[in-house]
Design a protein around this ligand. Sequence first.
Ligand SMILES: Cc1ncc(COP(=O)(O)O)c(C=O)c1O
Length: 441
Amino acid sequence: MQNEINRRHFLKTTAAASVALPSLSFAVDDKPALLGGKALHTGGWARWPQWREAWEGDLLKVYRSGKWFRGSDKHVEEFEIAYAKLLGATKCLATASGTTALMVALHVMDVDAGDEVICSPYTFIATYNAILNAKALPVFADTDPATLRMDPATIASRITDRTRAILPVHIYGMPCEMDAINALAKQHKLAVVEDACQAWLAEYHGKKCGTLGDLGAFSFQESKHLPGGEGGTVSGMSEALIDKCNSFHNCGRACGTNKGAGSFTRGNNYRMTQAQAVILLQQLDKLQQDTAVRRANADYLTGELGKIPGIAPSRQPENSRPVWHLYPFSYDAEKFSGLPRDKFMKALAAEGVPNASPYREQYFDGLLDEAINSRGFKRLWGADRLKAYRDSFQELKGNKQACAATVAFPQTVLLADRASLEHIIAAIRRIQAHSAELVKA
Ligand SMILES: Cc1ncc(COP(=O)(O)O)c(C=O)c1O
């Protein structure tokens, strides 16, 4: 949780007012800001989330109408239809959050107590929690450090007779190698639930993330590209599955009804409110416009940063289009005179370039120990399996490397003008040119 609080805090606190920049007057040779030089970027970055006064009337109408709950009006359904259209999905179900969207999807794909779900370890902790909440075990495929996504070649060895589903995470809005993942799932009769919580409009082979597996889950938490404060969606190509999701998220009522007695299945209350839906509907055009800007800027950064020795932008699957919730790259200290990553990041921040190392080896942080030592998990698995499970974390060498070497920029950086991007590139070059001095400082 601490990691995510840090990520969200980072996204928020780096958001100062965006300022038009004068023409560049930096020099890579100048002293780094961390050593007392003048920072390269002083203009701030875009604020997030972004609000438009023109949106206020519709929101007030909802509050004045007194129709706030899903069942009282049509805005939530309108949002579901519009978002499904944008994704090219058959149907969507709006939920209270991305976590609840994942929980609904896992339940509907029949992930049950004592099952195992193969997922990516390189993700926000909610991915682990959604599986644990089903009293299932998150079993980690390894991360490919060059892509930061689940390495499909490491999935098959994790499959046991308890495995029920694969849960790939399109981290930072970068699509996973879904053809390989889906082929394995088909071969072993496993469900595929995509964690697309950071991947609104990301594309793989011409299709949007969230339509590539059995079900997908999105988040609309405040830091996200489509922010609603909180909120989420389950998406898919099967109307029947989404209708089952609808029942489960609405106390187990028959899909789309407010009926109770006689019609209940198991369920919960994971409903979205009308006000959330209105805010989200208002931002759908903006999401598309912002995505185009982020993509163009990320492509530019990738081209330029890729030329700097020791900086490796993440590799993408063929024919895929990421949306960059964060912009990550791998940092090789050896090419920076041995300057440790933390100090590199500090030097970058001193130049006015916000950055973070988002995820750590969080399977060692205690959450999974707490889960596997609980009465329920001990009842569901034998001691040998739980010990082997705990020991297997040590084998996640790719993930360890990914956690140790990744540095990322927040998405607000990708909404900046070209001059600001030049500051980022120059900042990294400046740090490299002065890396020996920075090591000693
Ligand atoms: C990869 C991933 N999965 C799941 C979630 C959970 O979404 P929410 O915060 O809306 O519950 C998030 C949110 O940050 C996420 O980034």
